[in-house]
Design a protein around this ligand. Structure first.
Ligand code: SF4
Ligand code: SF3
Length: 547
């Protein structure tokens, strides 16, 4: 195996024996084989298009979902991945029957490889991984693109679940996959990466439209972090449709619902706030789940990444459930929606009923709900605060949390930033500082949480609005600095979106991506002034000077 798609990759080079995330070699190889087949689907779709036969949205959606399942901490289940490979082969077969042999013969090997013996998957998988591309820079640019579209695909899938699909997103995902099978120049490959940034903006906007269309605009909310007396279900991940259906199905059952990790922002949506049995958020970000799930005592539902390996000694293996693209060997999986019906969460609810109520691990509230609509409602206040000098600077500290000690940097930055600064956040990065009580500036909290990682879109909308209000030509002239923590592929999609929007001087940590080769890093530094995080005091001083 060779996997270097996340921030915790071994030695910041690549995981080669077993993933630092717990992913086994076999699992990593099956994911590589799945990606290979997705490239094949894309190549076939392109050939069909060239011959006047456009494929339908189902192909784009299938490819998105399949990419999503290879994201870090989503699917550790080999049986499930074998099924994904089977389905990708079936999809390829269906597409290739529509093409003549003389065309098929000219296509990339990913399009024409077929296999009906699962035992042979393993051998093939070993030959089609990341290292199959020998040139380090070509590999870096191809993988940067694939990693970016994994994040885009995840967001596209969430939007699709809520009925918002855009041809241009699926078309780009397929175009990007095809491009990784071609010999392109460095400039052409960099061009594709930039297009991924553009597509990421489109996709996050589509998801924003889907989420707010279905559940309303997030509102300022005080979210309880204590517990009530009933047994509960802890729902984690990013899937708001699962949230909706779980809340409906638990109503009146005597089972409460709590959010974990990236589901915290569900508490900000008007459509969910009306459920009294949504009690608040329990625990912290994804990597603390072993502890949080123990003390929660109740049932747990993982709707997307991040699920992490269950320790041998645990009490929750029989009360944790997966759904959607999440897979973990031995856990009960709640099946997808069929025939337009809701998912059936009765097994989760029944399990919860037999559990003790959660153990209280903290009390109080955290405040959030500052997505674009809410911030715009406060726009006058915000603009006045900037004009009067009460707010000197905004620091965007969005992105992901993770295990590495170096992430203490973000807590320290939050603590040490001058009191006339405001932190704009989204994603699970916030757990490094969202319980610090950093106060407010004239009623504007010093940490404004827009929501999930995809709600970084809101931060971009807010920045663009401020640019307009202050009549600036360049987003980089705003008093905003970017100090981003990244972990998995969605954060890469967000990063590419920011680059596409012209944001320069982003600090990135706790380490720079292993999949960025020195040459590609040079391109990013020269064009976008990307830099690694450094010393807390020096970084703060530089950011306050707009550097
Ligand atoms: Fe390693 Fe990250 Fe890949 Fe897991 S997802 S195998 S930790 S690089
Ligand atoms: Fe977090 Fe996994 Fe990235 Fe959605 S839940 S931000 S890491």
């Amino acid at each position: 195996m060779f996997c270097f798609q996340c921030q915790e990759t071994a030695k910041n080079i690549g995981c080669t024996v077993k993933g630092m995330c717990g992913k086994e070699e076999e699992t990593a190889n099956l994911q590589d084989l799945l990606i290979f087949n997705l490239k094949g689907i894309a190549v076939l779709a392109q050939a069909l298009k060239a011959n006047g036969k456009k494929t339908d949205n189902e192909v784009g959606h299938f490819v998105s979902k399949a990419l999503f399942t290879t994201i870090t901490n989503a699917n550790f289940d080999d049986d499930s991945l074998v099924k994904w490979v089977d389905q990708s082969l079936t999809c390829k077969k269906a597409l290739s029957t529509k093409l003549d042999d003389d065309i098929l013969n000219t296509l990339h090997a990913s399009a024409t490889w077929f296999c009906d013996n699962v035992a042979d998957y393993r051998e093939k998988a070993k030959t089609v991984g990341v290292l199959a591309t020998e040139n380090e820079d070509v590999r870096s640019l191809r993988e940067l693109l694939i990693i970016g579209i994994k994040g885009i695909a995840a967001y596209a899938d969430h939007a699709a679940v809520l009925g918002v699909e855009k041809d241009e997103i699926y078309d780009f995902i397929l175009e990007a996959l095809v491009s990784t099978t071609q010999d392109l120049s460095v400039d052409e490959m960099v061009g594709m990466v930039m297009k991924a940034g553009e597509c990421s903006v489109t996709t996050m906007a589509a998801l924003d439209e889907a989420n707010t269309g279905a559940y309303g605009n997030p509102e300022i909310s005080q979210v309880n972090i204590g517990v009530a007396d009933n047994p509960g279900i802890l729902i984690s991940g990013h899937d708001l449709k699962d949230m909706e259906e779980l809340l409906k199905q638990t109503r009146g059952t005597g089972v409460d619902v709590y959010t974990h990790g990236e589901m915290l922002p569900a508490n900000y949506y008007p459509a969910f706030k009306k459920y009294d049995h949504l009690k608040g958020n329990y625990g912290s970000s994804w990597w603390k789940q072993n502890d949080d799930f123990e003390t929660f005592n109740g049932a747990i539902l993982m709707t997307t990444n991040c699920i992490i390996p269950i320790k041998k000694k645990n009490t929750y293996q029989d009360r944790i459930f997966t759904t959607g693209v999440v897979g973990y060997p031995g856990l009960t999986h709640v099946a997808d929606r069929a025939d337009g019906k809701s998912k059936d969460f009765s097994a989760v609810i029944d399990r919860a009923k037999k559990c003790a109520p959660p153990t209280e691990i903290e009390t109080g509230t955290i405040v959030g709900g500052f997505a674009h609509n809410q911030v715009m409602a406060l726009a006058d206040k915000v603009v006045d605060a900037v004009k009067s000098g009460a707010v000197k600077r905004f620091i965007v500290m969005a992105g992901c949390d993770g295990r590495q000690k170096g992430r203490g940097y973000f807590t320290e930055v939050a603590q040490k930033l001058p009191n006339d600064t405001i932190i704009l956040t989204a994603g699970c990065a916030k757990y490094r500082y969202n319980k610090l009580n950093l106060g407010d500036i004239g009623g504007i909290p010093r940490v404004l949480d827009a929501g999930q990682c995809n709600d970084s879109y809101s931060l971009a909308v807010i920045a663009l609005k401020l640019k307009e209000v202050f009549e600036l030509d360049d987003i980089n002239d705003l008093p905003i600095s970017f100090d981003i923590g990244w972990y998995e592929q969605k954060a890469v999609a967000v990063l590419l979106a920011l680059l596409f929007l012209g944001v320069k001087g982003i600090r990135l940590g706790p380490t720079l991506p292993a999949f960025v080769s020195p040459t590609v890093l040079n391109v990013l530094v020269e064009n976008f002034d990307i830099k690694p995080i450094g010393d807390v005091d020096e970084d703060i001083a530089a950011m306050m000077l707009g550097k």
